[in-house]
Design a protein around this ligand. Structure first.
Ligand code: DLL
Length: 441
């Protein structure tokens, strides 16, 4: 790989700020965030216990360690206004997490917060080589979910023509792409795979659309999935990471080197900790990502335990940006399955099956009880070139997938092959795991 590369920076000064200056900037922003946080009863109590009663009590970045962690449960307990640190009438927007696993968590923005968030998203988009000549189709859910409006505003800031198509309805998506000459899309990786399958099914020729790039995120996916989307659609795919507690998209993004996601450290402080001991782990080692927001006055959240597993690359990127890179998110600590005592992340299965070319674009992992044991079934669609009524090659393929999986995950799964387009798809984040085991009370 080249030692350096030519890149376009949205904000060259901040993106290439030497580390000592970047850290000095972080310290000033942290003091400001702590001062805002202290306006909420939650942080007044939590920080007060550690002797932090004003932003000025933070003397260096090392003082971050004095700040207790904030968890999803804390945010839920504070629903709806517990983490709001400015007057309600200065707030111009709220977003909320989906709340699929309980009470939603809500975040608030004032006008400046929205401006800062937008410029981080614009930085991500521009850094992939996009500019005002692009036509951007935002194929992701709008509404309370941050992906829609977040990318919409970022795209407009870059000056692209933004098509707010939202998620779903692939036939209409193709029509929009053809009518307006879409060059860039944003979607979940699972939806991009679905789009590709549908294109083939509906006979939409690749040469009838002008697509060059996609931003894919909001859910975990493997490097093989990225390569698969890139080669099937003939585009560049950039990994996009964010979470609603930290504004939404625009937290970390790949540059054109496509080798790790730059965490925008002028907007967020990142730490990787051991999820059990909560002690920091060395660069390069996987742990739980903890984030502190530096760019939102209305809802400052300090040392948030994301539950996302990642690691920092120890070495700087060839693109010249000084902001550290995160590894592709491996999954969430709460996604880990324990199958007959063996720990397994769904991403380990995806990594294996997406590298097998006869496997189609959709899969589902099912876990059940079989007597006292757990049983793992991996259901995958097959590619369009596989004939479902030809039993012998099908059995051979099933057996090959099973063997490759077993060698990699050390669990012997059942493998089921399904026709293309028959496994469930979702418009938002894909639901890849069905754990049907009875819960212990
Ligand atoms: O998913 C924000 C977003 C929108 C990110 C659009 C990227 C693009 P939440 O709904 O709060 O926010 O979900 C956040 O999704 O903690 C991760 O577990 C997961 N996630 C997000 N991006 C990625 C990614 C948005 N690139 C949660 N890779 C996070 C892996 C991701 N997981």
């Amino acid at each position: 790989m080249a030692k350096s590369m030519v890149c376009q920076y949205w904000n060259e000064k901040m993106e290439t700020l030497p580390r000592p200056e970047l850290e000095a900037y972080q310290l000033e922003q942290l003091k400001t965030m702590v001062a805002y946080a202290l306006r909420t009863p939650f942080y007044r109590e939590r920080l007060g216990r550690e002797g932090i009663r004003s932003g000025e009590d933070i003397k260096s970045l090392a003082d971050l360690k004095r700040i207790p962690f904030t968890t999803k449960q804390d945010l839920r307990d504070g629903f709806p206004y517990g983490f709001l640190s400015i007057s309600r009438d200065e707030v111009i927007r709220l977003h909320a997490s989906s709340g699929t696993t309980g009470t939603p968590t809500t975040i608030y923005f004032n006008r400046e917060d929205i401006g800062r968030w937008t410029s981080f998203v614009a930085r991500c988009i521009y850094g992939t080589g996009c500019n005002h000549t692009d036509v951007f189709q935002n194929m992701i859910t709008y509404g309370l979910f941050t992906g829609g409006l977040g990318f919409h505003a970022g795209g407009e800031a870059v000056g692209m023509l933004v098509i707010p198509s939202g998620a779903g309805n692939t036939t209409r998506q193709f029509k929009l792409m053809q009518d307006f000459g879409t060059t860039v899309v944003h979607a979940t990786p699972s939806f991009l795979l679905h789009v590709e399958s549908k294109m083939r099914e509906e006979g939409v020729g690749r040469d009838s659309i002008k697509l060059k790039r996609a931003f894919a995120g909001a859910e975990p996916y493997s490097e093989d999935t990225r390569r698969r989307i890139e080669s099937l659609l003939g585009i560049d795919v950039y990994n996009s990471y964010g979470l609603s507690e930290m504004n939404g998209p625009g937290v970390a993004f790949e540059c054109q080197a496509k080798n790790g996601l730059h965490l925008w450290e002028d907007g967020y402080i990142g730490e990787i900790v051991n999820p059990d001991t909560l002690e920091p782990v060395p660069d390069g080692e996987t742990g739980e990502l903890v984030l502190t927001i530096l760019c939102r006055e209305a809802t400052p959240i300090l040392r948030y335990r994301t539950r996302d597993l990642s690691a920092f690359y120890p070495e700087p990127c060839i693109c010249g940006r000084t902001h550290r890179r995160l590894h592709r998110i491996k999954g969430r600590t709460d996604d880990m399955l324990i199958i007959n005592g063996v720990n397994l992340f769904p991403s380990q299965i995806e990594e294996v099956i997406m590298s097998i070319k006869e496997v189609g674009n959709n899969y589902l992992i099912v876990v059940e009880k079989d007597g006292v044991l757990d049983r793992l079934t991996v259901k995958t669609e097959v590619g369009p070139e596989i004939f479902m009524d030809d039993a012998r090659p099908l059995n051979a393929l099933r057996e090959r997938i099973r063997k490759i999986l077993q060698a990699s995950i050390t669990i012997n799964p059942r493998v089921e092959l399904h026709e293309p387009g028959t496994l469930p798809i979702s418009e938002g984040k894909a639901k890849r795991v069905l754990d049907n085991r009875p819960r212990d009370i």
